[in-house]
Design a protein around this ligand. Structure first.
Ligand code: ADP
Length: 161
């Protein structure tokens, strides 16, 4: 039984993330998307909000679950019974950091393998931070994030009365 843990901040989830989840759900028996609760990253959305956005977006995928987690990713993988850590790769920019993290995780827990899925080129330039910047300028967001996330971003960037 192959079970992949897909960890990340997902602040907020966007279509690049969702493409990775959908493709992974066809490769692995189970996929658990794990939302990092780490408040030191100063997320715009709470962990509960980020989990809820993801749960709505992956609801049609029967072998995908969404959880929140804190602490080490390998500990979370062991707790969940996942034998794979899954990460998405956009460009060379991601590569150094991802390789370093994967090697550290292998050192910490040799039984868990890291797999990388390359993003589709049409999603390669999407990132959560860029989407948040676009929202501040009231740009259309529907090409990049699910409708619920677009509405939440608009609310955040709307001028306060
Ligand atoms: P983190 O803070 O852990 O990098 P992110 O939410 O930014 O969390 O990303 C979670 C995962 O999704 C990472 O593996 C990241 O490389 C991947 N990812 C981010 N953006 C894209 C994209 N546009 N296409 C495919 N994968 C992506």
């Amino acid at each position: 039984m192959s079970h992949a843990l897909y960890p990340g901040s997902f602040d907020p989830v966007h279509r690049g993330h969702l493409d990775v989840v959908e493709r992974a759900s066809r490769i692995f028996d189970r996929v658990t998307v794990a939302v990092l609760e780490n408040p030191s990253k100063n997320p715009v959305f709470t962990a509960e909000e980020r989990v809820a956005f993801l749960q709505e977006a992956v609801g049609h995928l029967s072998n995908v679950a969404v959880i929140g987690f804190g602490g080490l990713t390998v500990e979370c993988a062991k707790r969940e019974g996942a034998n794979v850590i899954l990460r998405g790769l956009r460009a060379v920019l991601d590569f150094d950091y991802e390789v370093q993290t994967a090697m550290m995780n292998r050192h910490l827990e040799p039984s868990v393998e890291t797999f990388f899925l390359l993003t589709k080129s049409r999603y390669a330039y999407i990132s959560s931070s860029l989407v948040k910047q676009l929202a501040q300028f009231d740009a259309p967001l529907d090409d990049f994030v699910p409708p619920t996330v677009a509405r939440a971003l608009k609310r955040l960037s709307a001028p306060q009365a």
